[in-house]
Design a protein around this ligand. Sequence first.
Ligand code: 8YV
Length: 311
Amino acid sequence: MAQVLAVGPYSELDATALTRDFAAPLLESAEDVTALPEAERANVAALAFLGHKGLTAQVMDQLPNLRFITNFGVGYDAIDIPAATARGITVTNTPEVLNDDVADLAVALLVMENRRLNSAETWMRAGEWAKGPEYALQRKMSGRKVGVLGLGRIGREIADRLAAFKSEIHYFSRSEKQTPGWQWHSDPVALAQAVDDLVIAVVGGPETEGLVSRDVIAALGDGIIVNIARGSVIDESALLDALETGQLRGAGLDVFRGEPKPDPRFFGLANVTLLPHVGSATHETRAAMGELQRANLRALLDGQPAITPVN
Ligand code: 8YV
């Protein structure tokens, strides 16, 4: 059988399955590929990848017979796709199976920040409840105008959930979609101007780098920004400035530029909910992602078309 190499911090469940089904040796990160003996590298036909950085052209060139990369995750900004395509490497990802979890989390972050639920809990744990006045009044979430930046598979699930919150839905995407009642904007600044809160759901990578610029953040005014996509989509220093001055009411963030070491300025803020990239982190969804990754691997190694190809 063609040699499969697994790269990334896999769960025990996935590591066991990759070893059992594909006899795949496991490496912690893409950087470790270089350390493999040349003969072993030459044997590798498929790479089962999990991670958020480093699958570069240089790494691919260490594996001269690499034909397939199966990514554990819907986002594949860690993989240099043009380099893979140029080398004839097919790349797959794990779309759809995580839509619900990620959309649930986006809405939870919006509710948490509008109602300041994090601070309410901290206040209660600190014993403030018994001391006197009730917790400060916050802002109503239902009925707010919400902008969804990127109306792909996850963006749509978010918008569907927000419709149940009686939100007026606005969105930005390259082209207008068949979504009666939802308002399309061709420009992120115009979207931010039209709404109260903004949810980021675009893909990461070079095409969306810094899309939520200082101007977009200023246009949003006193709203909430939720990001469940990639840290690279936001101008993070502009975001931090707006949060520190209170120009922006708050942010709910699951992703950061410096993951897993976000800018320490975030930790000094009371008007944020910070999460350690847990969008898809449930037993059910991670099991489905692992299965889809391995199904792609199996299909490709059997000479079948990829189930969920990227390039
Ligand atoms: C990660 C994600 O894949 O799917 C994505 O794009 O960002 C996540 O689901 C997961 O955290 C494993 O690294």
